[in-house]
Design a protein around this ligand. Structure first.
Ligand SMILES: [Zn+2]
Length: 283
């Protein structure tokens, strides 16, 4: 199963560009977390490199990303309040899902993460010296104490718990009104994915789980997660939502599901996948 934000098949990562950006280059230009796009749907596209000069100022940083097919890919960051020229607009990535080509959408997520990492690793976290790019590697290095910083990825697990013909869904206070999703949380140092899964479900809902099965994973660039999704069976306990973290949690029958997350996220793919599996088992 291919998830949104997963690397396209024809993408080859790289850190050293063969030359300067040209008319064929793919340019992922960001202002904070907003991507610069040109045209109107369904013809939404990335700006050409020459069009970036219309922004009227140089980028704060430029990173080479590798190639998509034969085309070189670059990420650019522009300063806050850089105005989009006529015919172009800064847009949030989530809203571009399904409106921008899937391969470009996935690479935009990668570009956003590299830019964020580059921006937040300008100085050594150990001695405060300005960091520099490490030759031939996606890394920044401190010239004084040799500390190396690689792009950060935070693993997080997601769990959909099954109990007979029902699934456990919960909502946190920041969800859209009425929307419920599978449970999720960040992996702690010293914890296996399975241990994290059991801890998160227990902490958030008071429910015990058994028999976790891997479902799929998804890179999630807000800001740098790797979501790893599982299905598990109910193994005991009564629903007791964690105060502040979980507003409500319920067992839902397949024919009475609440509003679910958008198909951009692995949460929805997980819920849909389990629904198909359960319907096939109990036609
Ligand atoms: Zn240092």
């Amino acid at each position: 199963m291919t998830m949104p934000f997963t690397a396209p098949e024809s993408y080859v990562g790289g850190v050293i560009a063969a030359g300067e950006p040209d008319a064929d280059s793919l340019c992922f230009a960001f202002e904070q977390t907003l991507l610069l796009v040109a045209g109107e749907p369904p013809g939404l596209r990335l700006p050409a490199h020459w069009e970036l000069t219309n922004l009227g100022r140089p980028p704060l940083r430029r990173l080479y990303l590798g190639t998509l097919g034969q085309r070189a890919c670059y990420a650019f960051e522009y300063g806050a309040d850089t105005e989009a020229p006529p015919g172009m607009a800064w847009q949030g990535l989530r809203a571009l899902y399904g409106r921008l080509d899937d391969s470009l959408f996935a690479l935009a997520g990668r570009a956003l993460q590299y830019i964020d990492w580059d921006r937040t690793h300008q100085f050594c976290g150990r001695c405060g010296t300005p960091m520099r790019h490490r030759e031939g590697e996606r890394a920044r290095e401190c010239p004084a104490c040799r500390l190396i910083a690689y792009p950060r990825i935070a693993p997080a697990v997601m769990c959909l718990v099954r109990r007979g013909s029902e699934i456990l869904l919960a909502r946190s206070p920041h969800f859209a009104p009425g929307m419920y999703s599978a449970l999720a949380g960040f992996v702690e140092p010293g914890e296996s994915l399975e241990q994290c899964l059991a801890r998160e479900v227990l902490e958030e809902t008071g429910i015990g789980i058994a028999n976790p099965r891997y479902f799929a994973s998804q890179p999630w660039p807000f800001p740098h997660s790797l979501m790893i999704a599982f299905v598990a069976d109910y193994a005991g306990g009564e629903i007791t939502p964690a105060p502040d973290e979980i507003e409500d949690a319920q067992w839902f029958a397949l024919d009475a599901l609440p509003k679910l997350p958008n198909r951009i996220s692995i949460a929805r793919r997980l819920i849909d996948g389990v629904m198909v599996e359960m319907r096939e088992a109990n036609p």
